[in-house]
Design a protein around this ligand. Structure first.
Ligand code: SAM
Length: 243
């Protein structure tokens, strides 16, 4: 996905998402959190394609890696967590050339890495990877998932919410709304009509099977269509020697 679109959108992303989704996106996030917390309460979280870092704020793990390629989104994440009481430590390059920003609040630590799903490497393996409306944006889905898998512990969880192709009758008017009405609202709201048209085009481009074929070594713990069947939630556990 063209990062420039997200750079341009960054400052207004949270507000625009709330308005164009009529709050549904927040409901999905809440359902996602509730399901995740049934299986894992804390540990090392890697949230990929973090946008403004909402998933990290909502899950509130002690150690969080946020992976986001848009530099403008990274700025918004830093501002958001400063407001939550986190303090930025010295801007430091920890172990690779991509920018890392470390923020701390008591024992809680957030490390923001400006990088892609396909390239990112952490200092340690994660207990949980979250990809909330993220996979569709990867430049190379297979490569992105394979790389993320290499950053997850055996027995760790991979949790996804994604818009997927749906043949359901209810899906049709929703897709029509997203392709035709959302760009107009976004035009008024953030002056980004054409960009939202592009985003809309990618919405029903991914099939659930295309996602699942990359997770052969995982056990599906939960798979559920979220209200309005154009989004699916999948929680999986990685098989391996520790599981
Ligand atoms: C729809 S937003 C994700 C929403 C976010 N996960 C949340 O919880 O609100 C998509 C994000 O994917 C990012 N992105 C684009 N290409 C990416 C890639 N190759 N790897 C990781 N993230 C990418 C964009 O910069 C954008 O911030």
């Amino acid at each position: 996905m063209d990062i420039k679109i997200y750079d341009k959108l960054a400052k207004k992303y949270d507000l625009a998402t709330k308005i164009v989704s009529f709050g549904i996106e927040e409901l999905w996030r809440w359902m996602f959190k509730r399901e995740i917390k049934k299986h894992i309460k804390n540990g090392v979280l890697l949230d990929v394609a973090s946008a403004t870092g909402e998933m990290a704020r909502v899950l509130d793990f002690d150690k969080i890696y946020l992976v986001e390629p848009s530099s403008e989104m990274v700025k918004v994440i830093v501002e958001k967590f400063e407001k939550e009481g986190y303090k930025k430590e010295n801007f430091e390059v920890v172990f690779q050339e991509r920018p890392h920003i470390k923020m701390k609040k008591g024992k809680k630590e957030i490390i923001i890495i400006q990088d892609t799903a396909e390239n990112v490497k952490l200092e340690e393996k994660a207990d949980l990877i979250t990809a909330f409306m993220a996979l569709r944006n990867f430049d190379d889905l297979k490569k992105g998932i394979k790389n993320l898998d290499s950053q997850l512990k055996d027995g760790g969880y991979f949790a996804i919410v994604e818009m997927v192709k749906s043949d359901s009758l209810i899906a049709k008017p929703i897709l029509w709304y997203m392709n035709n009405v959302v760009p107009i609202i976004a035009g008024f709201l953030v002056g980004m009509k054409e960009e939202y048209k592009l985003l809309g085009k990618s919405i029903d481009s991914l099939k659930e099977e295309e996602i699942l074929e990359n997770f052969k070594d995982y056990e599906i713990i939960k798979k559920q269509k979220l209200i309005f069947p154009i989004a699916t939630m999948i929680i999986m556990r990685k098989n391996g020697k520790d599981s």
